[in-house]
Design a protein around this ligand. Sequence first.
Ligand code: M6R
Length: 359
Amino acid sequence: DKGAYPYYMLKEIDEQPGVMRSLIKHYVAEDGSIKIAPELLTKLNNADRLYIVAAGTSYHAGLVGREIFEGLTKIPTEVHVASEFAYNPPLLSQKPFFIFLTQSGETADSRQVLSLVNQWGYQSLTITNVENSTLSREATHTLLLYAGPEIAVASTKAYTGQIALEALLAKAMGAQKGLTTAANFEVAQELTKVANGMQELVDEKAQIEKIATAALATTRNAFYIGRAIDYDIAQEAALKLKEVSYVQTEGFASGELKHGTIALIEKDTPVVAIITDAKTAKHTRSNAQEVLARGANVIYIVSRALAEEGDQIVLPDVHPLLTPLLAIVPCQLLAYYTSLQRGYDVDKPRNLAKSVTVE
Ligand code: M6R
């Protein structure tokens, strides 16, 4: 039931701080240890490479997962679009372990890869929101998101839930291996900070609505740009906007723009620059200047520590691996309000189904 909300998408955006808290409750013990079966952690830690397989928004949560797993466990991690992997799998390492990310647990493309993985005799883990879903039953292990049902076709709280659970899992793996980076990563504290930051952002939705009205309500196209983890966020932000507002949107690596795509920038083309990664902040700013010089309407979404005068959306500071959890919130809201202003059914965008059960 969506209660007083006009659409489930808005309700589910607002639920994200609660999803963070529910994950802490389900996965963190009183003494701070992570409640994930040591047997699963050992199997993951024995792998020489992790293969994350997913579709759509879950694939984008996988892109962030790569940063998290490599950062906290030091295990090389690859992320694959399920429909590509199914017919064109990469050469596998000696000891692979497969992680399926799927809100519904029913996505046909991911199911197809899991059945291949089972035929090959490899172990797997499904991270899903739906207990007893097909991908959960057919994988060796399951971890649940406990995010509550996600009804809107555009996925929001499953994305942030998946990233937070990846962080909990990677922390537990790294701690089992005795890695200092993982030991120093106080995951419950960090996710609590995230929950509070998300609350601040959803409380400021009126400001995001204004930006959507001014920059996106009538545009033909739009770009989200960033580097490193901010490029991962840009890809999810672009999918959100295009699927509910039908604005042609690309999420782009900001350094790659000048190699061709900058030709599409016209007067007033909205370009949202995402800047949360300290290593690349300066470079994304200079790419934003390049599009500004060609007439683009640049909107900055920036972590507080990296913010400059005039940046429109400033994010509370959190751990560098968790910034997507905050940066995505204003992007979800931009998508929501743009769809609303254009008069579309936000929860049921044209041509889309909540769970894609055909290949
Ligand atoms: O249920 P899943 O997470 O496996 O679904 C994957 C995609 O179909 C899904 O994320 C889709 O891209 C959403 N419409 C994105 O908002």
